[in-house]
Design a protein around this ligand. Structure first.
Ligand SMILES: [Zn+2]
Length: 332
């Protein structure tokens, strides 16, 4: 009798301990391409609203690579999978505040491509939230998820991966070592799809980068010319030594490359996706021609002092909807 009572007490105790543990525990899920708040919530058997609440989200916009907290205390069913183990030789690194990916690759002595290959679902190269766990690979390659134990042959074919190298890198001794959902490292396979996606993300996030680094000598807007006269400055001026490269602030197509009689001197204009234009004036040399596609960061001209200019500098304009706006707030 006493025995039984004890059992019940133990049972109750452990049950309450369990629910206590569950109530403040979270599962972490890295958002995969195709995931939505709704699909994640139903997968873990929790309400979509509690996922939103746990992550302080007001909208349902999530991106692959975002790490979401799934409040397990609210779980009504469903299975919470533990994050799959990384392949052998991998280390983990949790992003701390202020840390950048370039610091991480330097610290571990790997390339950015290798880091992307190990974490192909990253949402961004520049704006990762603190706390994201990154896998640090032992070398170049791509990490993929094995959907099905019988899917290996297909994966090897798809990525043109060397079966022996894959077996060695993942310590596979027999087909029985293969499990659905496991992470496989494909050595020497380039993460080209991820790199391409991240380049697009990077450009969307940093829509306009500084065309040249130097001293900002004149701002956008009215400027007093003295003697009661004023003029409107349609761009910003950045001083830099003659010959310093001027880069395209964003990718686009060159729409003008030559002398401008309107005081701009040697002028390059680039039209971007959506119709915005950037103008680069007073160049000593122009290195592109009309119709040419330029990528963000590509050198298009060299700093000079041509046209109405009192010293070597870049006069930079950003035209949105046909009129010049202050570019300062747009530059990253
Ligand atoms: Zn100017």
């Amino acid at each position: 009798m006493r025995d039984r009572a004890w059992k019940v007490v133990t049972l109750v105790l452990s049950a309450s301990a369990l629910s206590l543990a569950l109530s403040d525990s979270y599962g972490l899920r890295t958002v995969q391409p195709g995931d939505s708040i709704g699909s994640i919530a139903s997968r873990y058997g929790v309400g979509a609203s509690s996922v939103l609440e746990a992550n302080g989200l007001n909208g349902t916009l999530i991106r692959p690579g975002d790490v979401l907290k799934v409040p397990l205390g609210d779980a009504t069913g469903g299975i919470v999978e533990a994050a799959p183990e990384p392949p052998p030789g991998f280390r983990r690194h949790v992003l701390s505040s202020g840390e950048t990916l370039s610091e991480i690759v330097q610290r571990y002595g790997i390339s950015l491509d290798a880091l992307v290959g190990a974490n192909p679902d990253l949402s961004s190269l520049d704006r990762l939230p603190v706390g994201v766990e990154l896998l640090i690979p032992p070398g170049e390659g791509l990490v993929v998820v094995l959907d099905h134990p019988l899917g290996l042959a297909e994966l090897l074919l798809e990525y043109d991966a060397d079966p022996l190298a894959v077996a060695r890198a993942n310590a596979l001794r027999s087909p029985f070592d293969l499990r659905a959902g496991m992470l496989l490292f494909l050595p020497e396979v380039e993460p080209s799809a991820a790199l391409e996606r991240l380049a697009k993300v990077r450009e969307a996030e940093n829509r306009y980068v500084w065309p040249v680094h130097g001293r900002l000598t004149s701002y956008f807007g009215r400027r007093n010319l003295g003697m009661g006269t004023a003029a409107f400055h349609r761009g910003i001026d950045v001083a830099a030594p003659t010959g310093t490269p001027i880069v395209a602030a964003r990718s686009g197509t060159v729409t003008y490359a030559g002398w401008s009689s309107r005081g701009y001197g040697n002028l390059v204009r680039v039209r971007h996706h959506g119709g915005d234009e950037t103008w680069y004036a007073h160049a000593s040399r122009i290195l592109v021609s009309v119709g040419q596609h330029v990528s963000q960061g590509q050198t298009i001209a060299l700093i000079g002092s041509t046209g109405l200019s009192t010293g070597p500098h870049l006069h930079f304009e950003l035209h949105v909807g046909g009129s010049a706006i202050d570019p300062l707030g747009e530059l990253r």
